[in-house]
Design a protein. Structure first.
Length: 194
């Protein structure tokens, strides 16, 4: 638990910096994580919290450590348990989409050096399937099955290639916020996905 109780994250950050001045829609200041003679730290207000970027290359954790803050202190509001689960699920889905794209690319022409990467993609897809309540489970299962077949040296026919692409597109569609209502409609059987 963070020792900081104040929920004005911008104030927390700006109060701990030197050489602070306005710059466009944000601020610049001298970075506390290194010997900074001229302002190299950009500070902006993001959607969920404060964004920090040192143009000299200091890491986010080095900056927050130097400021005596935790990353959680920079969020506008503490995340609830459902919000944390939603973020984790979304991160898993983004990873699944990336691995699905590996399968799509491997399908067109798998070379011996691609096999190791395809095996990694398959393992990651199977790991995602072990999570409870994951959206797009049917599509992930189909992509994993296609990956297994490709690794076994089997060629996919045109219909299967199209299904592989559609499953990947569907998973990509799921990770966009504006499509959550459409997913709910699909679960309720209001429309069918091929």
């Amino acid at each position: 638990m963070s020792a900081v109780i104040n929920r004005d994250p911008m104030g927390l950050v700006l109060d701990r910096l030197e050489g602070v001045r306005r710059s466009g829609s944000g601020w610049i200041a001298r970075c506390s994580a290194h010997e900074d003679r001229s302002p190299s730290l950009s500070i902006r207000d993001g959607e969920r919290g404060i964004l920090l970027r040192c143009h000299a290359g200091c890491t986010f954790s080095a900056i927050t450590d130097a400021l005596g803050l935790k990353a959680s202190d920079l969020f506008h509001e503490p995340l609830s348990a459902p919000q944390r689960r939603q973020r984790a699920t979304r991160a898993v889905l983004k990873g699944v989409v990336a691995e699905s794209l590996v399968v799509v690319c491997a399908e067109s022409s798998i070379r011996p050096d691609d096999q190791a990467r395809l095996k990694t993609a398959l393992a990651r897809l199977r790991a995602a399937l072990s999570l409870d309540g994951l959206q797009g489970r049917k599509e992930i299962e189909r992509i994993a099955a296609f990956a297994s077949r490709i690794l076994a040296g089997e060629a996919l026919d045109d219909t299967e290639r199209e299904a592989l692409t559609e499953c990947t597109e569907w998973l990509s569609w799921l990770i966009t916020d504006e499509n959550k209502a459409g997913y709910a409609a699909r679960l309720n059987g209001e429309f069918k996905h091929a």
